[in-house]
Write a protein that binds this ligand. Structure first.
Ligand code: GLV
Ligand code: GLV
Length: 330
């Protein structure tokens, strides 16, 4: 009997082709290119052995119950896995995988740096200025930004993505590197002269702070009102990891009161809302020192194909009875 696989959303074709080519897989894909309604998800997972999920689907006890006791694997099409109840999966012996492909790390690292440049060279703001027909004459003090060279980047989390950001900023732009993590990263220290700091010290000394930790209980609201007050008033914060790592209300307060200089955000605490209350949304939309992208840090053709291939390879390895390369440990 082939493994029954349900794919909750159409994904790039590389992985789908690999799965289709395997006789041991019976593939069913949600037809529409939009988020599957919860009720439909609960119906469609019934009797499946494997679910290939994307990060907008909450895969919890209810979904696992709806699938049934034969559910063996959840292959998440994402680097993050906070949409999956790992404890519940472990209890049932369900294997969970993610897609931390090198291409994805690079894509997110590039996007992080794109946000840095968009802020420091005021790209979004000056583009709007130019389009609005406001460029009448060159001026020595017109729309001044700030350089990266010689400044200090503070990285929170030096896993694959955080390290990739640091290497580029050190090699390419001559930045000084501070980092904080649960363990010292000797490789990174060697390659980039990165210096370890506690989080409060990192926040106090950095010109730019970029977040690259997964969302866990211990990282939720890691950056809140108290932490913003530790930052320099000239500092910028970048978040391409997960929204709830920053207390969004505290962030908007910090931007409103110029506690910090600006923010580059790809993820939001209450996604797809960019903030919880309408007043904050309106204000955030109008802030010129903020650059907002719609969770597109890994949205390149290369990265998304690599994620598709990785998710498929995890599944194909699993059905051959081997441990999939990207099993998530609880
Ligand atoms: C995207 O946010 C991912 O986790 O891959
Ligand atoms: C996750 O954010 C990682 O660093 O791999």
């Amino acid at each position: 009997m082939p493994y029954k696989l349900f794919v909750t959303r159409s994904i790039p074709d590389v992985g789908i082709k690999l799965l289709q080519a395997n006789k041991n897989v019976s593939l069913e894909i949600y037809e529409r290119d939009q988020q599957i309604p919860r009720r439909e998800l609960l119906k469609r997972v019934h009797g499946k052995d494997i679910i290939l999920s994307i990060l907008t689907e909450k895969i919890d006890k209810e979904v696992m119950d709806a699938a049934g006791p034969q559910l063996k694997m959840i292959a998440n099409y994402a680097v993050g896995f906070d949409n999956i109840d790992l404890k519940e999966a472990a209890k049932r012996g369900i294997v969970v995988t993610n897609t931390p492909h090198e291409r994805v790390n690079e894509s997110v690292a590039e996007h992080t740096i794109a946000l840095l440049f968009a802020l420091t060279h005021r790209i979004v703001e000056t583009d709007a200025f130019t389009r609005a027909g406001k460029y009448h004459a060159w001026g020595p003090k017109l729309l001044l930004g700030t350089d990266l060279v010689g400044k200090t980047i503070g990285i929170i989390g030096t896993g694959r993505i955080g390290s990739s950001v640091v290497k580029r900023l050190y090699d390419g732009f001559g930045m000084k590197v501070l980092y904080t993590d649960v363990v010292r990263n000797m490789d990174l220290e060697k390659i980039t002269k990165a210096k370890y700091r506690t989080l409060p010290k990192l926040l106090a000394e950095s010109d730019f702070v970029s977040i690259h930790v997964p969302l866990l209980k211990s990282t939720q609201h890691l950056i809140a009102a108290k932490q913003f007050k530790m930052m320099k008033p000239t500092a910028f914060i970048i978040n391409t990891a997960r929204g709830p790592i920053i207390d969004e209300h505290a962030l908007i307060e910090a931007l409103r009161h110029k506690t910090i200089a600006g923010a580059g955000l790809d993820v939001y605490e209450f996604e797809p809302l960019i903030a919880m209350n309408p007043k904050d949304i309106k204000e955030l939309r109008q802030m010129k020192n903020v650059v907002l992208t719609p969770h597109t840090a890994s949205a390149t053709i290369e990265a998304r194909q690599a994620m598709s291939e990785t998710a498929a390879k995890n599944i194909l390895t699993f059905i051959r009875g081997k441990a999939p390369p990207n099993a998530v440990r609880t």
